[in-house]
Design a protein around this ligand. Structure first.
Ligand code: FAD
Length: 367
């Protein structure tokens, strides 16, 4: 959407077409595991159907692209239809990592609006829920389910939630937030099987789960690019700071892209909403022949009940972390080679803003 909107704003008359396998009108994904699942808000469409008509952006939903024909500059759908392009933006996102345990199909994923509808309906009549995975979406979804009055247990292989991303100390604070929101957290535990409504654990115990949520992470989907022979690395489409892939007039943006960030001076993995939109904007500008580079520091927020964690930084990988408690929140600084490389805050916006500036300028944190 971001690439299409940007291109359209620069070229009012060149045809723009969006092909998506999702049957729904394009929507905001972050609220799905927050306000939508908590029953506090409806689906948030990015634009009304009329917007597409007024801006002459052709939106074709429920259609899956099978492959890209680079030689003829066409994309080919599963039904064999061919769509020509001058410029092509690949923004195919990521898909939930499937659980590889017996009964995995009983666990509900949460990636699309359709997934969220099914989960919300299931929660309405559930007496118990189990969330598998202690990542961002797992934490948000578990808090929502608990807020609906469904006794909810989160099971994670890590000792504390969000540990891989944010470390032990931050994870302990998040475990407390979950517990304050009525979620029971079972760490250092793996699920071995799901039979009927019972979730079996490696400890030998079993949990009741009328609703079981699979929140064990996502994996980018670069298969269209790989099949077309584009450069990929670590399961992502390699692009430069202008979102150009290795093929002429083909760009990639969002979760599927491994983009060069000029401020970081290297390629950065960023699987967040705001960064996907920013990269889409740059891809749209590049396709329109306008200068633009990716230079912003990635970041996102995560809302667990009433608590909103804010992160800004270069992502996974740091040498030291330092947690500072505040009266109703905390700040965690992440450092590498003497530079501040990330910050996580809860109710500490001043720290967040200062750290954001320091991360951008590759400066150390003096505390
Ligand atoms: C429940 C949930 C909550 C989230 N919360 C947050 C948050 O709080 N903050 C945050 O920063 N990020 C959050 N995220 C992550 C954020 O939504 C993603 O980073 C963002 O959506 C990535 O955008 P994208 O365009 O790269 O991919 P996606 O939004 O995944 O879109 C990919 C699109 O490509 C389509 N597609 C894929 N393959 C094909 C094909 N072969 N043919 C046709 N169409 C295809 C898909 O149908 C989909 O429409 C959340 C994600 C989810 C699922």
């Amino acid at each position: 959407m971001s690439a299409a909107e940007t291109f359209r704003s620069k070229h009012p008359h060149i045809p723009v077409r969006i092909l998506t396998s999702d049957p729904a009108l394009p929507y905001a994904k972050p609220p799905l595991s927050k306000g939508y699942l908590c029953d506090r808000e409806a689906k948030i469409d990015l634009h009304s159907p009329g917007w597409f008509v007024r801006h002459d952006v052709e939106l074709i939903r429920g259609i899956t692209v099978d492959h890209i024909d680079l030689a003829h500059q066409e994309v080919v759908t599963e039904g064999g239809r061919r769509y020509p392009y001058w410029h092509l933006v690949l923004a195919c996102g990521a898909f939930p990592v499937p659980l590889s345990i017996p009964g995995a199909e009983a666990a509900l994923p949460l990636r699309s609006f359709a997934d969220a509808v099914i989960l919300r309906m299931a929660a309405r009549s559930a007496d118990s829920a189990v969330v598998i995975g202690g990542g961002l979406i797992g934490c948000e979804a578990a808090a929502c389910l608990a807020s609906r009055g469904v006794p909810t247990t989160m099971v994670a292989a890590e000792p504390v939630p969000l540990q891989r991303r944010f470390g032990d100390e931050a994870g302990e604070r998040v475990a407390k937030i979950l517990s304050d929101n009525g979620v029971r957290f079972l760490g250092s535990t793996t699920v071995t099987a799901i039979y009927d409504t019972h979730v079996h654990l490696d400890t030998g115990a079993a949990l009741d789960g009328d609703v079981v949520v699979s929140a064990s992470g996502v994996r980018p989907d670069p298969h269209l690019a790989e099949a077309a022979g584009l450069d990929t690395y670590d399961g992502r489409i390699v692009v430069n700071e202008r979102m150009h892939t290795s093929a002429l007039n083909v760009y990639a943006a969002g979760d599927v892209a491994l983009a060069y960030n000029v401020t970081a001076g290297r390629r950065i993995r960023a699987e967040h909403w705001r960064d996907a939109a920013q990269q889409g904007l740059i891809a749209g500008l590049s396709a329109a022949g306008q200068p633009a580079v990716w230079d912003t520091v990635p970041g996102f927020s995560c809302t667990i009940g009433e608590s909103t964690l804010k992160y800004r930084g270069w992502g996974l990988g740091y040498e030291h972390s330092r947690l500072v408690d505040h009266h109703n929140g905390f700040t965690v600084y992440y450092e590498s080679c003497g530079d501040l490389v990330g910050v996580l805050t809860l109710n500490a916006d001043d720290d967040y803003r200062l750290a954001d500036r320091l991360i951008r300028s590759h400066a150390p944190m003096m505390i």
